[in-house]
Ligand binder design. Structure first.
Ligand code: KG4
Ligand code: ZN
Length: 361
């Protein structure tokens, strides 16, 4: 039995967790900063790193207590300290990495740095069964839209990613264009439930040829912008629009949400199906599971469409429980357990890194 203490601070959630043997969550404390960034309509890096500094130690303390341990003796029960050290906002990552190093040093336990995106792929196995491999992994979040081939828990290779906006970012921008709040994804999801998804035809972008699994969301965002505000007069900063969201009633805003969400989800489903087909056709790989992670995996339409896709293809669908869709430290500790089990750890000189490095398939 191994207990891993995990820390997550890559963006605007400060989190600490204790996870046993990769899947049993003993504690998971998350402090979100949404209220601090709301008035800016997006995460402000400097505000985020300062807020991490203020919140980190109370969150660490909370995770220790929630697991039924004491601050003075917790170190004896813990087998390793894990931290998401890449990718993310560098100032935010620095706070979590420094704290993880301090704990690993004080407790005299191994330190394990993990990739935040790969960790999202392990959120679905928290408080659940092991994932049947090989699998296709999809990470849909505010910063990433990526497809992976998972040969095993730690052998993960990139198959496609967004060339511009991430799908969660597109949801957030759509909400801002429609005068809804921040973060926009959950609000658009909710409003879409009472809208007509066929009211507007928004483009479902295809990048490259059939074998290209990359995504593009900037065209969809611009189509929504023009549908709401009309075509701009002038260019760049001088561009002026003929109207804005205030010209539309509640039902019309719901229709925009439903039509936007339909197109955004369609692109994800299409590329995911294609990834599974290409693995079979070109690599002779019969995928057993589809694993989804990241904030947008909380989206109701995406969850339904994924259920349809996997029942159609006869695969196991692994969606995270709602509490593990958004950024959390339990997924960091869960993923790190696989590295610890393989006898792998990092030196105390571990650095935070703004980008991730993925081997392409
Ligand atoms: O994984 P996450 O917490 O942070 C990143 O690593 O980026 O994802 C946050 C993103 C935000 O863009 C948010 O709007 C989106 O997930 N999101 C949703 C939903 N819930 C959160 N998007 C669509 N539908 C939802 N229900
Ligand atoms: Zn994330």
């Amino acid at each position: 039995m191994a207990l891993i203490f995990g820390i997550e601070s890559s963006c605007d959630e400060t989190s600490a967790a204790i996870v046993c043997d990769g899947r049993e969550v003993l504690s998971n404390v998350v402090a979100t900063q949404h209220e601090l960034h709301r008035e800016y309509g997006g995460v402000v890096p400097e505000i985020a790193s300062r807020a991490h500094l203020e919140r980190l130690w109370p969150v660490v303390d909370g995770a220790i207590r929630q697991a039924g341990l004491e601050r003075e003796t917790a170190g004896q029960a813990i087998d390793a300290v894990a931290v998401g050290n890449r990718p993310g906002l560098i100032g935010s990552l620095l706070v979590g990495v420094a704290a993880a190093k301090a704990l690993a040093w004080a407790w005299d336990k191994p330190l394990i740095g993990v990739d935040h995106i790969e960790a999202h792929l392990h959120a679905a196995s928290l408080a659940g069964d092991e994932i049947a491999m090989p699998a296709v992994g999809l990470v849909v979040s505010g910063g990433h839209t990526s497809l992976f081939f998972m040969e095993s828990a730690t052998s993960i290779r990139l198959m496609g990613r967004t060339i511009d906006d991430a799908v969660g970012e597109a949801f957030d921008k759509a909400a801002s264009i429609l005068g809804l709040g921040y973060p926009g994804g959950p609000i658009v999801d909710q409003r879409a439930a009472s809208g007509n998804e066929k009211a507007h035809r928004f483009p479902v972008a295809a990048v490259g040829d059939r074998e290209c699994l990359d995504f593009s969301y900037s065209g969809l965002k611009t189509s929504l912008l023009y549908a709401v505000r009309g075509k701009p007069v002038g260019r760049g900063k001088d561009a002026r629009f003929e109207r804005d969201f205030t010209q539309f009633n509640m039902a019309e805003i719901d229709d925009f949400c439903a039509s936007f969400q339909r197109a955004a989800v369609k692109a994800v489903i299409r590329n995911t199906r294609l990834a599974i087909e290409l693995l079979r056709e070109q690599h002779g790989v019969g995928v057993k599971s589809l694993v989804v992670g990241g904030g947008v995996s909380a989206n109701s339409r995406l969850r339904n469409e994924m259920r349809k896709l996997t029942s159609d293809l006869g695969l196991a669908l692994r969606l995270p429980a709602m509490e593990y869709c958004l950024d959390n430290a339990a997924m960091i500790a869960g993923y790190a357990w696989h590295r610890l089990a393989a006898g792998d750890s990092d030196a105390l000189s571990l650095s935070p890194w703004p980008s991730g490095e993925y081997v392409e398939l």
